[in-house]
Design a protein around this ligand. Structure first.
Ligand SMILES: [Zn+2]
Length: 301
């Protein structure tokens, strides 16, 4: 591992309070083949990414936090196949899933939901105008790169014998979450819409707990054997119900405070961080409670 890589990992650990596994270098067996031609890389930084090798080229799902990790990903793909990387899909706009887009240009087209493109384009503009916050600056030189192919509801890529379906279920984790579904292989890339063991929404403005529950229910209609999510381990279809149950129970907990007209600050003091939850949410847990409180108040139950 290079000095730059080590320094970056230390920074990421500080920034995100997350333990990052330092395992083999790129091209040395990071890729896990979950179904024929369908790979997951789970230990490159702190979010998962994946790729699908088809007769007509490679399709990448999520591009990591910054071009440095995306380049590691590209090396890893090149160790498996010499086919060109035709498309990179962004499941949603959060930086740990799209920050590496730039590394795939110019040969790769980037696909996402229209909402995701709008946010990334806005962040690119802010970058160009020097209006970025300190944590982003610390990630070094990189340019937010907006997708050049977008859709609103669904689209399908026919890549030789491989069918790749992209679906928008209404969002919930963000305003533009899409999933990548391979009907023949029965594999789903769920982005952060579904994360194994997690039953919390995101804390940012465009998240919404009710949309999240509704999207997960739509996800359950798919015939799935394996789920590669944006964080944590590979999951199975039954794990989606566990997340729905956790979300419903968390919503009920927060709703008690809304119904009793107790301010969200009190709720944030009293409600405990759920056991087994994605550790990324721990540092933002109070913000999550505020967000859910306001979402419930806005729909009036
Ligand atoms: Zn996310």
């Amino acid at each position: 591992m290079s000095q730059y890589n080590k320094n970056l990992l230390v920074l990421l650990i500080e920034l995100f309070s997350i333990t990052i596994q330092c395992s083999p270098a790129a091209g040395e067996g990071r890729s896990k083949e979950v179904a024929p031609g369908v790979y997951m890389i789970g230990d490159l930084s702190f979010s998962n990414c994946g790729y699908i090798v088809t007769d007509e080229g490679v399709v990448v799902v999520d591009t990591q936090l910054i071009p440095f990790f995306a380049n590691e990903m590209i090396k890893e793909i090149k160790a498996i196949t010499n086919k060109p990387i035709k498309y990179a899909i962004n499941t949603h706009w959060h930086t740990d899933h799209v920050g590496g887009n730039e590394a795939f240009l110019p040969q790769t087209r980037i696909i996402a939901h229209e909402f995701t493109r709008k946010i990334i384009a806005k962040r690119r503009k802010e970058q160009e105008e020097g209006k970025v916050d300190e944590s982003l600056k610390q990630l070094g030189e990189f340019k937010f790169t907006p997708p050049d192919i977008t859709f609103d509801e669904s689209m399908t890529l026919y890549m030789g014998n491989t069918v790749i379906e992209l679906k928008f279920f209404g969002g919930g984790h963000s305003g533009g979450d899409i999933v990548v579904y391979l009907p023949k292989e029965k594999v789903l890339f769920s982005g952060d819409l579904f994360i194994k063991g997690s039953g919390l929404p995101d804390y940012r403005d465009d998240s919404n707990i009710d949309k999240l529950i509704s999207s997960l229910r739509k996800m359950q209609a798919l015939d799935i054997e394996k789920i590669i999510s944006g964080h944590m381990d590979i999951a199975e279809k039954k794990d989606i119900q566990t997340s729905i149950d956790k979300l419903i129970s968390f919503r009920k907990q927060v709703k008690k405070y809304v119904d009793a007209n107790i301010p969200p600050e009190k709720a944030a003091e009293s409600i405990k961080f759920p056991e087994g939850e994605n550790p990324f949410y721990e540092q933002n847990f109070k913000k999550v409670i505020h967000k859910v409180y306001n979402d419930i108040k806005n729909v009036k139950h």
